[in-house]
Write a protein that binds this ligand. Structure first.
Ligand code: NAD
Length: 339
């Protein structure tokens, strides 16, 4: 056990019981001081940061310029994201304040890719409906008709770590896999994936799966114009970030049956909803309520990453990143360093 790290305190935000379990377990090999807050980190909560060198945040924490200024005055030196995406952190402001930012670039791409497959197969074969039906002794098949995924054309936008794992799964199911990315992946091309301009991919895909990051170029990539290019009845799957999809455009597409199925693990306004038990609350977000009212829409609450293997890897890599940054060493995982 390393005995020199107990002077370093890490303050965790947006924590759930499983975060504490996995980080406490991984920390046996590091011996940092861990402090867990359930609240999101944002302008409303930044003042709870006290006498800490490191804050550890997740997907819906809001690391705005205002928050970064306060963190800098409180002596925070490292912001450690325990996720891959970093669209919620003002990177330039961190750089200006000399705060290091790290992430976990690829903890388990398979976890997310396999969840995308789960969304596809549930929407297609309606196992969620069959489960409820059979429990009520309704053994009828009416309304449960699916389609063979075999031989269908799958369009993959973004073939990085997760997109790569997803392409391999879909090739294994006998699909034709078309991809769009800024850089073609030679390994995938050798396996039979073909790269195409975005428009061509949108026009040909039976199933479209999003695996690119959220940034200025990709925000509302799925919009009125791009939906109009798609095949009627297309299945859209988003396990990446909610704002890749213009929710209003998708609702119109679903009402017109231009979109045949929608499976989302992420949602543009998810920060007010996801990871919370709101079962006794009145939901004020009419868009998510409208989405959930469609029989051909499946929403999961940002759980694609949520496997044992992924949580173990997230905890281990996050603490390793912090250890290396604290010792001013280069990170073992180069892509983990953002500033
Ligand atoms: P990655 O960086 O390995 O891959 C992203 C790919 O997208 C790269 O190949 C990149 O070239 C490509 N890309 C970038 N801009 C593009 C554009 N404008 N058009 C098309 N392609 C573009 O990232 P990853 O690990 O595969 O993760 C992808 C996304 O998945 C993350 O950004 C994150 O938002 C999301 N994610 C979600 C969950 C979840 O639980 N739902 C978990 C992990 C990651």
């Amino acid at each position: 056990m390393n005995t020199t790290n107990d002077s370093i305190k890490i303050s965790f935000f947006s924590t759930k019981p499983y975060d504490k379990d996995f980080f406490n377990d991984a920390n046996k090999a590091f011996n940092f001081q861990l402090e867990f807050f359930e609240t999101h980190l944002g302008p409303h909560s930044v003042n709870v940061v006290n006498n800490t060198q490191v804050v550890c945040v997740f997907v819906n924490d809001k690391i705005t310029t205002e928050v970064i200024e306060v963190l800098a005055t409180k002596g925070v030196k490292i912001i450690a994201l325990r996720c891959a995406g970093f669209n919620n952190v003002e990177i330039a402001a961190c750089k200006e304040k000399g705060i290091k930012v790290c992430r976990v670039p690829a903890y388990s791409p398979e976890a997310v890719a396999e969840h995308a497959l789960a969304l596809i197969m549930t929407l297609n074969r309606k196992t969620n409906k069959a489960y409820n039906r059979v429990r009520e002794q309704n053994f009828s098949l009416n309304g449960l008709l699916g389609f063979n995924v075999h031989n269908k054309t799958v369009g993959v936008i973004g073939t990085g770590n997760i997109g790569h794992a997803f392409c391999k799964i879909m090739l294994g199911l006998g699909c034709k896999v078309m991809a769009f990315d800024l850089i073609a992946n030679k390994d995938l091309e050798a396996m039979g994936v073909t790269y195409h301009p975005l428009v061509e991919l949108l026009q040909n895909a039976d199933i479209l799966s999003l695996h690119c990051p959220l940034n200025e170029q990709t925000k509302h990539l799925i919009n009125v114009t791009t939906i109009a290019l798609m095949k009627k009845g297309v299945m859209i799957i988003n396990t990446s970030r909610g704002a890749l999809i213009d929710t209003h455009a998708v609702i119109v597409g679903l009402k017109k049956a231009q979109i045949g199925y929608l499976g989302i693990d992420v949602y543009e306004q998810e920060d007010k909803l996801f990871f919370k038990d709101l079962s006794s609350d009145i939901i004020q977000d009419d868009d998510i309520q409208r989405l959930m009212s469609f029989p051909n829409v499946l929403v999961t609450a940002h759980q694609a990453f949520f496997t044992k293997e992924a949580l173990e890897e997230i905890a281990h890599v996050t603490l390793t990143n912090i250890l290396e940054l604290s010792a001013a060493k280069p990170l073992s995982i180069k892509a983990a360093l953002l500033v």
